[in-house]
Design a protein around this ligand. Structure first.
Ligand code: MN
Length: 237
């Protein structure tokens, strides 16, 4: 490869990755395992490379495989996973739980990779920062509320920052792979569009943090992709 073609290919790859992050939701997420937007070791020392590799290559891939099986069973392989989890009532009864668990798992993890970045930055900016401050009092108060929700989630699940239908922000938590978009599953008071979420399944932290979930949560703030949170806030409003 000569230098000119290398530069051209590099530029195209860069443009592609920017577009895929910014339009991931608008374009739908399909049934492919998305590439991690950074190397598995890029979040060290906060999240270790082996956890990232197993979490992405094995756990996320397994959710997609089982979701694909469920969608094949009902002839809906081309359906948008986000649309499916928003309307689980429309999924035939015998596959509802599979789509809830594995569709939720696929959507949640696809977003989770983009909610982290190697240089996460100190905190939110712009309109998202103003909304977080006016809702929670301060960025630190928001982090405390969110961390408490993540710490207190019994067993496996997620904590979320959501934009509710009235445009207000709220912190919620769901068990298993449930997502705040799941109408009829999540209590109405917890429904909304996630703009940030943390996975508190043990597979997300056990290799490095063992039983110390609060240490994982504290470290995770160092890799939060606030630029993505800001974009999702604008899109959800
Ligand atoms: Mn996970």
């Amino acid at each position: 490869m000569n230098r000119r073609s290398f530069i051209r290919i590099g530029g195209a790859a860069l443009a592609g990755s920017v577009i895929s992050t910014q339009t991931a939701r608008a374009a739908g997420i399909g049934l492919e395992l998305p590439k991690l937007p950074y190397a598995p070791e890029a979040l060290e020392p906060h999240i270790d490379a082996m956890t990232m590799s197993i979490h992405h290559d094995k756990h996320h891939a397994a959710y997609i495989a089982k979701l694909t099986d469920a969608l094949k069973a009902i002839g809906k392989e081309s359906a948008d996973p986000v649309a499916l989890i928003k309307s689980l009532d429309a999924v035939p009864k015998d596959q509802q739980m599979a789509v809830r668990n594995h569709g939720g798992g696929h959507v949640n993890h696809t977003w989770f990779w983009n909610w982290m970045a190697p240089a996460g930055g100190p905190g939110p900016g712009g309109k998202a920062a103003a909304a977080i401050q006016s809702t929670f009092g301060s960025i630190d108060d928001f982090k405390k509320t969110f961390s408490d929700a993540a710490t207190k989630r019994f067993g496996s699940g997620w904590a979320w920052l959501i934009v509710k239908s009235d445009g207000k922000l709220a912190v919620t938590s769901t068990p298993n792979q449930d997502n705040p978009l799941m109408k009829g599953v999540v209590p109405d008071s917890d429904l909304g569009t996630p703009i940030l979420g943390i996975d508190v399944w043990e597979h997300a932290y056990y290799l490095k943090y063992q039983n110390k979930r609060p240490d994982y949560i504290a470290a995770w703030w160092n890799v939060v992709n606030w630029a993505e949170v800001g974009r999702q806030f604008e899109a959800a409003k």
